[in-house]
Design a protein around this ligand. Structure first.
Ligand code: GLN
Length: 468
C-alpha cells in the first residue's frame, strides 16, 4: 500500500518525498493493473491530473492547503460530481452528466480532494453482490472468482487494491458494510441524515446514506467530519453530536445470541471473536424480538420507495431513450424496459404492488409500524450499553458463478445489515483478525451506537479493534 493513511500521505507531501501529480499517477497505474476486477466504471484521469498539477503549483507558491489536499477518492457511480458521468450502474442513465455535485462531494473537493473516478455497483444500489450492474460484475481482489459483495463492491475493491486512498459508497441496507467485510476494508454507514443525500441518486430515501470505505478509522473519521452536517438541500439532514466519547474503562456491548448462531466456519469465527471480547469488554446478552421481520420489513419499504423514486426515469429527462417508439406511451414503456435491469424491474413491480390500493395498509402501513417497533427496541438495547455488536453476513463471500435460483435467499443474506438502516443508527465494521486473508478474504462484525453519536463510534470501534 502506498500510504497507510491520509496523515502519512500528507507527511510525505510536506517532506517533499512525494508530489500530488506522482501520487495521482500511482493510483492511475493501480487502476490500470487491476482493470480485470471491474471496480471502476469511469476514470477521470485527465481531470485528476489537472487538479494534482494545480495543487503542486499551490504548494510551490506556499499557498494554504485544504484538509484533504490531494487525497485521492473514488465515488460510487450513484453519486453526482458536476460535469461528470453518473449512471448508478444502469443503462437507463447512459451518458448522463450531472450538472451539479452532491453536497458530500462538493465538501470534499472544496478541501482539495481529488475524485479519481466512479466505481461499479449494483444498479441503483439494488443487490448484495455487485453482479446486477450494467457493466458486468465486480471481482474480489483477494480471489477474482469470488464476489466482492454489494452494492458498493467497486468502491470496496478500489480501496482493497489500493486504487485510491478512500471511497464514497452508499448504504441503504448494508451496501457499504458487507463489501467492506469481504475485502478487508473498513466500512462506515453514518446516522441517517448525518451526510446530506443531495446528489445521491435515490433508491430508498428514508434508508439511503452516503458513507466511507477506508483503510482505517482515522481516515473514515476525517472524511466523515468534512462531509457531515445539515444541508438546506436535504430536509432530512441533521447535525450530529460534535463531541466524541472516550472509552476509558470496559465498554458495555450488547449482543443477541441468536444472531451468532450457525455452523459455518464463517459464523464460528464471528462467535469466537465475540467471545474473545470478554477480555476487555462487558458483554451484555439482550433479547431482540423482530429478527424474522427485518428482511420483509426492509424489502416492503425500500421497494415502495424505489418504485416512486425511479418513476422519474422515463426516457424524457435523463439517459436512455428507445430508438423508434410508436407513440408517447410506447416511448416510456420501451425506454424503461430497455434501460432497467431485471432486479430493478422486479423491485419496481413489488414496490408498486405494496403501494397499490387495497394492499397499501396490509403491507406498506404495517411495515412502517413494524419499523417503529424495531427502532424502539434498538433504542432500548442501547440505553444502558455503549454499543450493540452483531454479524454482517451469515456466510463468507460466495463464488461469482454460484447459481442462486431463489431471490429471497439473497435478500435473506441482508438480515444483519438492514437493521441499522431501518433504525437510522450509525454502524461501522470491525475486522476479525484472521490469518486466512488473501487465501480466502476477510471477515468483520459491525458495531451500532445511538443515532447522532457517529463521532463516538470510531473511538469505540478502535478500542475493540486495538485489543489485537
Ligand atoms: N442488499 C441490499 C439491497 O439489495 C442493500 C443494498 C444497499 O445497501 N444499497 O437492497
Amino acid at each position: 500500500m502506498k500510504y497507510p493513511s491520509i496523515t502519512a500521505f500528507h507527511k510525505s507531501i510536506l517532506n517533499g518525498e512525494a508530489s500530488f501529480t506522482e501520487t495521482v499517477n500511482y493510483y492511475l497505474s493501480q487502476i490500470d493493473v487491476n482493470k480485470g476486477l471491474n471496480a471502476f466504471v469511469n476514470v477521470f484521469a485527465e481531470d485528476a491530473l489537472a487538479r494534482a498539477a494545480a495543487l503542486d503549483q499551490q504548494k510551490l507558491a506556499g499557498m494554504p492547503m485544504g484538509k484533504l489536499a490531494g487525497v485521492v477518492i473514488s465515488i460510487k457511480d450513484n453519486i453526482c460530481y458536476k460535469g461528470h458521468i453518473a449512471t448508478a450502474g444502469s443503462k437507463i442513465l447512459e451518458g448522463y452528466h450531472s450538472p451539479f455535485s452532491a453536497t458530500a462531494v462538493e465538501k470534499l473537493v472544496n478541501e482539495g480532494a481529488i475524485i479519481i473516478g466512479t466505481t461499479n455497483c449494483d444498479q441503483f444500489g439494488m443487490g448484495s453482490m455487485s453482479t446486477n450492474s450494467h457493466y458486468g460484475p465486480v471481482r474480489n481482489g483477494a480471489d477474482p472468482e469470488l464476489i466482492a459483495g454489494g452494492s458498493s463492491g467497486g468502491a470496496a475493491v478500489s480501496v482493497q487494491m489500493d486504487m485510491c486512498m478512500a471511497a464514497l459508497g452508499s448504504d441503504t441496507g448494508g451496501s457499504i458494510r458487507q463489501p467492506a467485510a469481504f475485502t478487508d476494508t473498513i466500512g462506515f454507514k453514518p446516522s441517517y441524515g448525518a451526510v446530506s443525500r443531495y446528489g445521491l441518486i435515490a433508491y430508498g430515501s428514508s434508508f439511503d446514506q452516503i458513507g466511507t470505505i477506508s483503510n482505517n478509522y482515522e481516515d473514515a473519521r476525517t472524511i466523515f467530519e468534512i462531509m457531515a452536517g445539515s444541508d438546506e438541500k436535504d430536509s432530512t439532514s441533521i447535525d450530529i453530536e460534535k463531541d466524541a466519547k472516550t472509552y476509558a474503562g470496559r465498554p458495555k456491548l450488547a449482543y443477541v445470541e441468536e444472531m451468532f448462531e450457525g455452523d459455518q466456519e464463517w459464523m464460528q469465527e464471528n462467535r469466537a471473536f465475540l467471545e474473545s471480547l470478554r477480555e476487555t469488554c462487558d458483554l451484555v446478552k439482550v433479547d431482540f424480538h423482530y429478527m424474522k421481520y427485518l428482511v420483509p420489513c426492509y424489502y416492503i419499504l425500500t421497494t415502495a420507495e424505489a418504485s416512486s423514486n425511479l418513476s422519474r426515469f422515463d426516457g424524457v429527462r435523463y439517459g436512455h431513450r428507445t430508438a423508434s417508439p410508436s407513440d408517447l406511451k410506447d416511448m416510456y414503456r420501451e425506454s424503461r424496459s430497455e434501460g432497467f435491469g431485471p432486479e430493478v424491474k422486479k423491485r419496481i413491480m413489488l414496490g408498486t404492488f405494496v403501494l397499490s390500493e387495497g394492499y397499501f395498509d396490509a403491507y406498506f402501513t404495517k411495515a412502517l409500524r413494524v419499523r417503529r417497533l424495531i427502532q424502539n427496541e434498538v433504542n432500548q438495547i442501547l440505553e444502558g450499553n455503549d454499543g450493540f455488536i452483531l454479524p454482517i453476513s451469515a456466510s463468507a463471500p460466495w463464488r461469482l458463478d454460484q447459481k442462486i435460483e431463489d431471490p429471497t435467499q439473497i435478500y435473506m443474506s441482508d438480515i444483519y445489515t438492514v437493521l441499522a438502516n431501518l433504525t437510522g443508527n450509525p454502524s461501522v465494521t470491525v475486522k476479525i483478525p484472521t490469518e486466512k486473508y488473501n487465501s480466502r478474504t476477510s471477515n468483520s462484525v459491525q458495531l451500532i451506537v445511538n443515532r447522532g453519536a457517529d463521532m463516538s463510534i470510531f473511538n469505540l470501534a478502535e478500542k475493540i479493534y486495538k485489543k489485537y
